[in-house]
Ligand binder design. Structure first.
Ligand SMILES: [Zn+2]
Length: 173
């Protein structure tokens, strides 16, 4: 089939990097002028792609610094597509390690797509709840927990928001 006539062509044009959840209204909010630097997180928009601060050199060019990137807009609007629930007896004595692992995994995920972010990290009814801008990030964090600490992982993609549950109840001796 001619690619130009395929039904997915329009979505491909929106973004090559963040295609896991479309339509995503925030991806239409690209800067009118580039390079642009997000005034919240420092992400850089250059050649129609987003980069982390330091990933691309934009020296000597006039920079639009008034812009807020779609990732930060989602955070400030509390708009999320992924939710990770961490629970179980194992969690409390290992909370520092778990937090560290999650932070590292978010950093690594952002190297690929700087617009995926943690929208909210909170505690509800004894569970740690981490809400993410896209489902992929929540899934990635759940898989990282499973890989590091075993336990039970469940991923529910039946609705628009991907829900990821990780639980471990036994305590190593
Ligand atoms: Zn930003």
């Amino acid at each position: 089939m001619n690619k130009r006539n395929s039904p997915n062509h329009r979505h491909e044009k929106l973004s090559k990097r963040d295609t896991d959840e479309s339509p995503d209204p925030y991806l239409n909010e690209q800067p009118a002028k580039e390079p642009a630097v997000c005034s919240e997180c420092g992400n850089i928009y250059h050649n129609k792609q987003w980069y982390l601060p330091g990933q691309v050199e934009i020296k000597g060019e006039e920079v639009d610094e008034e812009f807020v990137c779609p990732g930060c807009m989602k955070v400030s609007d509390n708009y999320y597509f992924g939710e990770l629930l961490v629970s179980g007896k194992f969690m409390v004595p290992h909370s520092d390690e778990i937090t560290h692992l999650i932070d590292n995994e978010v950093d690594r995920a952002q190297e690929k797509n700087p617009l995926q972010k943690v929208v909210e990290a909170t505690e509800e009814e004894g569970k740690v709840v981490i809400r993410t801008t896209n489902g992929k990030l929540a899934e990635r964090l759940g898989r990282a927990l499973k890989k590091a600490y075993e336990g039970e992982l469940e991923i529910d993609k039946s609705e628009q928001t991907t829900r990821v549950f990780w639980e471990r109840n036994d305590l190593p001796e």
